[in-house]
Design a protein around this ligand. Structure first.
Ligand code: ADP
Ligand code: MG
Length: 145
């Protein structure tokens, strides 16, 4: 599935819908270059889960946990991960295979750890279509979409 947006609020709304509809144990991989809108999207997902607390990128930790929403929300940013063993050290399996919703930015760096049911979301710019244009591709390997 491909969704095109032309503003920050539209990208936020796409995330919000995903957050509203997410089921326990859902896991999302979020890919895209710096400044493409991953944080905007993730804030939308959090809002859709009913989280009111401010969501930012987990800069100093690999995972940021939000418990106040409809389901627990585990926001990972693995960009600065040095070794895949760091994931074991934080006990990632409890999150990935738990009853909350996991969102993993830069999941391409840890593909071997991503469960088969992962929904892969890629955000890209296309400057020919304007500065604020974003192409959001949502791919579920299992359903072949
Ligand atoms: P990332 O987390 O991927 O580095 P951010 O979400 O922090 O990116 O920033 C995205 C930037 O792009 C914001 O400044 C936002 O206002 C801007 N922007 C412009 N158009 C869009 C759009 N269609 N969707 C999302 N963000 C957009
Ligand atoms: Mg970000």
């Amino acid at each position: 599935m491909v969704i095109e947006t032309v503003s920050e609020s539209e990208t936020f709304a796409v995330g919000e819908k995903i957050g509203r509809e997410a089921e326990p144990g859902a896991i999302f991989a979020l890919l895209g270059d710096l400044g493409v809108g991953k944080t905007v999207f993730t804030k939308g997902v959090a809002a859709g889960l009913g989280i009111t607390e401010a969501v930012s990128s987990p800069t100093f930790t690999i995972v940021q946990i939000y418990e106040e929403g409809r389901l627990p929300f585990y926001h990972f940013d693995v960009y600065r991960i040095g070794d895949i063993e760091e994931m074991d050290e934080i006990g990632y399996e409890d999150y990935f295979y738990g009853q909350g919703v996991s969102m993993v930015e830069w999941a391409n760096l840890i593909t071997e750890l991503m469960p088969p049911e992962t929904v892969w979301i890629t955000i890209e710019k296309d400057l020919e279509k304007g500065f604020d244009y974003r192409r959001i591709e949502v791919r579920n390997e299992n359903s072949g979409n």
